[in-house]
Design a protein around this ligand. Sequence first.
Ligand SMILES: [Zn+2]
Length: 421
Amino acid sequence: MPFRRTRGILTGSEKADPAIEADVIMTAAVAGFTAGRFLDNQPVRFDINPAEQAEWGSFERVIKKLNAAVEPYVRARGTKDSSIKADYAPKFDPDHRGVIMGVYQLAGHTTPAKLTEPVLTEKGRALYDRIRQDQTPQYVGVGAYTGFVDNPNTEGNTDPVGPRSTARFLIPDAAADGSQESPVHRWLPSTNSPVWHARLRRGTQSDYVPWGVLGGESAAKEPDPDSKLPRAANRADQMTAIIESQGMAYVGKPLTREDIVGYTHGMIQAVYKAYSLGPACVPYEIAVGDRTTKLASCFPCTMFITSLGYPPSSSHLGRGESWAPLYQPHNPGARHEPNESAVIRDLNTAWAAACGVWLQYGIGVLAQAKVAKSHAGAVEDLYNFVETRRNDPTVGATLILDALTIHQKESTRIDQTLENP
Ligand SMILES: [Zn+2]
């Protein structure tokens, strides 16, 4: 089964606009996730980067729109408290060190009052300090978070895990969870899709930056002339070189226009490892480098770890560009657990199932919400796409991953999809 080669994410229509479809899919995902948490009697809070105080007003407007859309849906289903909290994420700077923590509620863990200095085992503390002081090989560029697992086990493997930086992988031609059986495989835009225009390398006739690559939409631009930066023929390839020079691992090269790449964040790499090692182990994401300002988990990581029972200590509606789960064990310089491939398969299956439920809720929310005229057609296309594939448990997760390959802040997508109440 080949990648889904259509003009839009949802249809092959001449009029399909993948950016609008991605707005609608991710708005449904956020609204549906929110509804799902309220229906489970769990609170919902989204945080903004403390470095973006000037954007507080527009963030509040987005939360208001989201509240107005979700509230009637969950109230009609018997939920009383359904007000989304909006706040600033804990700040990260050299004086305010800190972590994002996956809180394993199923194992009785709770969120500590202070996340600046997590309580760790002795071996965990030693590794944590080395990661914090950047004495381990890791990605330190924009939005650098390193996955880390503290391991209090007293038998078997008792080593903490880390650093686990965001890494780039080739995405299998399969459904979101990696399964070949699903009839809906990942979307690779057809060659007539409007999304390719910005990915044509400057000065070439048919040389495109592959789908998913961060910054790929700046291939037509000149590179930054700053002599300290790597040289390249265009801005997109320059960004690829910059990110690699900042320590991100690229697994699987070279790339063609027939490939898709995805980026697996440290937080979820830590969750796969914590799960493999046992319920006492705690996954963290440690902010590193000097270009990271907030201690909050991106929305796709939030969905992933919440679906597995580890909701994050803070979560934002910024970017999760070309986010992807793991499809194979990834253990740079470290040991491989015998059960890892099975854990990856099981966690991906559980996450995909949760995404399916959340997207269904979100479609229900959008059906009764005030949707912008420009986006109403895509809401209908989303409904039809999912409805005709009702028996496929991976379709929700696959559409979410497809939408994340259109790079945008989740808050902007929601703002563009929903009208003011
Ligand atoms: Zn993330």
